[in-house]
Design a protein around this ligand. Structure first.
Ligand code: NAD
Length: 251
């Protein structure tokens, strides 16, 4: 059934939002009064259940490694309520490869990381540009938040291809901020360790954050969602990469 037209409620598309950071961001933006377009690659059942739980939410399944699927996702997101105000590029892939094991970081690994972690966020912004500019015409700039990583800032992270993809995403964030201002703001959050399904068995990283990070713990998905909500609520910030590592970089 088609959802009702809600022209007075801003709409946010959050990619990869059936688990982890994306689900926390979707819940938070829903609580803040947004209609939410949920998305994932596979877990359609979880997506539909979360949409029913949140209300004013729809779920769209799409593989962001495929360019036609990216176009369809943004089209369906816009069609849901006839507007799109916020895009949170959260979906991403990782995987642990010891940095010194150069042979394991194959060309296929590099290409897959780049396609999902860099090309997909850029292409989604390109597809959503018209709708995000229309948000500015209604009185508030359109807003993009990319979920990057501290590994894109410091020479750290699960693998070299992953860290390099997030560094590219950070640079893309700044370039887009410059290219799309003042109608569209573009920022990123760069988390350190976050407790999500992706990092459930990263015992060494959890120990590192407990012992070395000034905040003595990794982030919860809700901690990161709060920072996304702060960036969304601003009318002025653009081109910022907010490092959210509990202060580990200082230690
Ligand atoms: P997660 O595994 O819970 O979420 C990843 C999401 O990305 C899933 O919903 C999945 O469906 C989606 N996704 C992956 N490949 C896709 C594809 N080809 N097409 C469509 N969707 C796809 O993990 P998470 O930890 O919540 O990660 C969310 C984001 O946060 C990622 O970009 C990740 O790199 C970043 N991040 C996570 C951490 C951490 O410690 N968990 C730290 C820094 C950055």
């Amino acid at each position: 059934m088609k959802p009702p037209i809600l022209a007075d409620r801003p709409v946010a598309l959050v990619t990869g939002s059936t688990s982890g950071i994306g689900a926390a961001v979707a819940r938070r933006l829903s609580r803040d009064g947004f209609a939410v377009v949920l998305h994932s690659r596979r877990s359609a059942e979880a997506g539909r259940a979360l949409a029913a739980e949140l209300g004013h939410a729809v779920y769209v399944q799409a593989d962001l490694a495929d360019d036609a699927e990216r176009t369809r996702l943004v089209g369906e997101a816009q069609a849901a309520w006839g507007r799109l105000d916020v895009l949170v590029n959260n979906a991403g892939i990782s995987g642990v490869i010891p940095h010194a094991d150069l042979g394991a970081a194959t060309a296929a690994v590099w290409q897959a990381m780049h396609e999902v972690n860099v090309v997909a966020p850029f292409r989604l912004v390109a597809e959503a540009e018209g709708a995000l500019r229309a948000a500015a015409a209604r009185g508030r700039p359109g807003c993009v938040v990319n979920i990057s990583s501290h590994a894109g800032i410091r020479p750290k992270g699960a693998s070299i291809p992953y860290a390099a993809s997030k560094a590219a995403l950070n640079h893309t964030t700044r370039l887009l901020a410059l290219a799309l201002a003042p109608e569209i703001r573009v920022n990123a959050v760069a988390p350190g360790l976050v407790d999500t399904p992706l990092t459930a068995d990263w015992t060494q990283a959890h120990a590192l954050w407990r012992e070395r990070a000034p905040m003595r713990r990794g982030a919860s998905p809700e901690d990161i969602a709060e920072i996304v909500a702060m960036l969304v609520s601003s009318s002025y910030l653009t081109g910022e990469i907010v490092l959210a590592d509990g202060g580990l970089n200082l230690a």
